[in-house]
Design a protein around this ligand. Structure first.
Ligand code: TYM
Length: 332
């Protein structure tokens, strides 16, 4: 079975609809006929300052949410990045293979360091994509299911894999991004040309998976649309309405064209009201299941430990090859 790998940062109390529709839903689906490795990227989280207590809590909340949405530990290795030291170890080797200028071209560093200025940003934030390349290459996956905003990191990953393979010996598989076009960039409800984002969106622009369902319904009903009255999928001219149609279609499985027909002649209020109901139906059981799982932290940490062991057995073998090829003397 082809391997898949992906990760998510534990930097919010809840995942949001962008995370879910853009990536996590594909994680769940790919479990069926792939061999998956899914992890919570706590090493990446500390590239920006985190409160230790909150980081620990959010890491467990992330695990509970992944299980609640259907990640099955019997099919997938689900683990916490910091419990597999090979990520940081391979990260170092890859840093030594990356050009400074090459790292500088990564657009997320520019975005994330924009606020405080480059001087205030950590070096970890700068080398973030190289650690991400290590995360991926360790497991030699065929596919990496992510949203559009990760594409550039995947390109760097492929470049580094190729460079290592060429300089030393063929070691890494060149992974393919697995990005579903329809949901690759879910928009902010208040500013639909921007992506829904935990760091950049206002609370009203972002639907959190663990929000009170009635809060989510309200956010849908107050989503920004346009001054026409026609329900039509046209991301250029009508980004707000198109974003709502995308979310609607993704949650119900109805094609966007079917929805357009269904809502011909109806108003934005009808669309929003119905979508609000769909969202409530979806988040209510998810939220209950997550809160239930969070009640048994011993169970969660046991699942994560087992996942880390599975991951380590693969990661260790890759790192051993890498160290040998780079010229490090083996300890035994
Ligand atoms: P993160 O934690 O920001 O987001 C997790 C996943 O959600 C996707 N996503 C979106 N997709 C569509 N529309 C949106 N508005 C939206 N917002 C977020 C992201 O593309 C991502 O797939 N660097 C990664 C974490 C990471 C990783 C990895 C991913 C670390 N190592 C190795 C894959 C492989 C990140 O910050 O994702």
């Amino acid at each position: 079975r082809p391997r898949v790998l992906s990760g998510i940062q534990p930097t919010a109390d809840s995942f949001h609809f962008g995370n879910y529709l853009g990536a996590l839903r594909q994680w769940v689906d790919l479990q069926r006929d792939h061999q998956p490795f899914f992890f919570i990227a706590d090493l990446h989280a500390i590239t920006l300052e985190q409160d230790p207590k909150v980081l620990r809590e959010r890491t467990l909340r992330a695990a509970a949410q992944l299980l609640a949405m259907g990640i099955d530990p019997a099919r997938s290795a689900i683990f916490v990045q910091s419990q597999v030291p090979e990520h940081a170890q391979l990260g170092w080797v890859l840093q030594c293979l990356t050009g400074f200028g090459e790292a500088r071209r990564m657009t997320q560093f520019k975005d994330k360091s924009a606020k405080g200025g480059e001087g205030a940003a950590s070096v970890g934030l700068f080398t973030y994509p190289i650690l991400q390349a290590a995360d991926i290459l360790l497991y030699r996956p065929h596919y990496v299911p992510v949203g559009e905003d990760q594409r550039q990191h995947l390109e760097l990953t492929r470049d580094l894999a190729q460079r290592f393979n060429h300089r030393y010996k063929k070691t890494f598989r060149l992974p393919e991004p697995y990005i579903l076009k329809a949901t690759a960039k879910i928009g902010d409800l208040q500013n639909p040309t921007a992506k829904m984002s935990k760091s950049a969106s206002s609370p009203a622009g972002i639907i959190e998976m663990l929000d009170e369902p009635k809060t989510s319904a309200k956010k849908i009903r107050s989503a920004v649309t346009d001054s026409e009255a026609e329900i039509r999928f046209d991301p250029e001219a009508k980004p707000g309405v198109s974003n709502l149609l995308t979310i609607y279609s993704a949650l119900t499985g109805e094609a966007v064209t079917t929805l357009e027909e269904q809502y011909a002649g109806k108003g934005y209020g009808d669309l929003k009201g119905d979508l609000a109901d769909v969202v409530v139906q979806f988040v209510t059981p998810f939220r209950e299941r997550t809160l239930e799982l969070l009640d048994d932290q011993a169970h969660l940490t046991a699942i994560l430990k087992q996942g880390a062991e599975q991951a380590r057995s693969v990661a260790e073998a890759t790192l051993r090859d890498v160290y040998q090829r780079v010229g490090f003397v083996a300890a035994s």
